[in-house]
Ligand binder design. Structure first.
Ligand code: HEC
Ligand code: HEC
Length: 259
């Protein structure tokens, strides 16, 4: 069922060809020695994030022009925890330049201590999920490939490449670290669905991470991944079956309407 839904989503292609808007730099703040990590994070947040997420991370629902002519608009961060803060900051998704655009992977402009402080501050807003700790070494490659094909390939196609979803680009996964893969699966950023531990257990997630990491540097000696095509032929077959099914359904509906 889930797979069918993914295929239907994939059928409606809307690539967003427009260039990404230029991104402003980030504001660094200086704090006296002895300032707590959370307080340091609060000040960084006030300078870089509050325009869109509100002074206490409560969210901004009515767009307004703010610092640097950035339109303030963003979801509440209360309860998103270290999980989402770590992912959105370390992928460079945040700070966003335009709240109406899909966040994209870009250069991380904060230093390590700044990232640490911002994550601690967002996590302090309300109880929320922690940063996951996948263990790809304990994962099973074959199981990971199977799980990836069932749950992810509809949007992300071959592991190391991207694809399109309605109104969003499913990015290539080649730059995602193990932790970021696990984070994305648990968060469901932007239009990606979120997978609970019931849908994908922590053990299965480690297998998926192992497969994605493997697919970045396929071991060609075995020859099964000729030309790195991997699951593409299977994906194509799914497409043809899917298109045939849609056409058949349209014909049946058309007949019923006319008789
Ligand atoms: C220009 C507006 C803007 C700015 C500035 C901005 N954000 Fe965001 N933020 C958004 C929007 C819009 C989303 C929703 C995007 C999505 O759904 O993926 C978002 C999503 C997030 C999320 C994920 C929330 C969730 O529900 O999982 C986190 C965490 C986050 N931002 C943190 C930050 C931090 C920390 C900063 C400052 C360094 C920042 N943002 C700056 C607009 C902004
Ligand atoms: C319905 C389509 C869809 C499905 C299914 C899906 N994703 Fe995604 N994924 C996306 C989109 C869209 C984004 C971009 C999110 C954003 O811009 O905030 C994304 C982002 C990601 C990222 C971050 C990549 C980066 O570098 O920015 C990772 C990692 C990821 N997905 C892994 C997975 C895995 C693993 C699965 C399967 C368990 C999966 N996704 C299933 C659509 C999907």
């Amino acid at each position: 069922m889930r797979r069918a839904a993914v295929i239907l989503v994939a059928l409606v292609l809307t690539p967003s060809a427009a260039a990404d808007p230029p991104r402003a730099g980030v504001t660094h703040v200086h704090v006296p020695p002895g300032t707590s990590t959370v307080e340091y994070g609060r000040q960084l947040f006030a300078a870089n994030c509050a325009t869109c997420h509100g002074p206490a991370g409560e969210g901004v629902l009515t767009p307004m022009r703010g610092a640097g002519d950035v339109t303030g608009l963003g979801p509440s961060l209360q309860g998103v925890g270290a999980l989402a803060a770590d992912f959105y900051l370390r992928t460079g998704y945040m700070p966003l330049a335009d709240p109406h655009r899909q966040p994209r992977r870009s250069a991380v402009l904060f230093s390590e201590p700044e990232l640490h402080a911002l994550v601690a501050y967002v996590a302090s807003l309300a109880p929320g999920p922690a940063i996951p700790a996948p263990d790809p070494k304990s994962g099973n490659l074959a199981a990971g490939q199977q799980l990836f094909t069932e749950n992810c390939a509809g949007c992300h196609q071959v592991a190391a490449e991207g694809g399109y979803v309605t109104g969003a680009v499913a990015p290539p996964l080649e730059d995602a670290t193990s932790v970021q893969i696990a984070e994305a699966v648990r968060i469901g950023p932007y239009l990606m669905p979120r997978f609970s531990k019931k849908q994908i257990s922590d053990g299965q997630l480690s297998s998926i991470v192992r497969y994605v990491q493997y697919a970045k540097h396929p071991d060609d000696r075995g020859g099964w991944a000729i030309g790195h095509v991997g699951p593409v032929p299977e994906g194509l077959v799914t497409w043809f079956i899917g298109i045939a099914a849609v056409v058949a359904a349209a014909m049946v509906i058309g007949k019923r309407l006319h008789s």
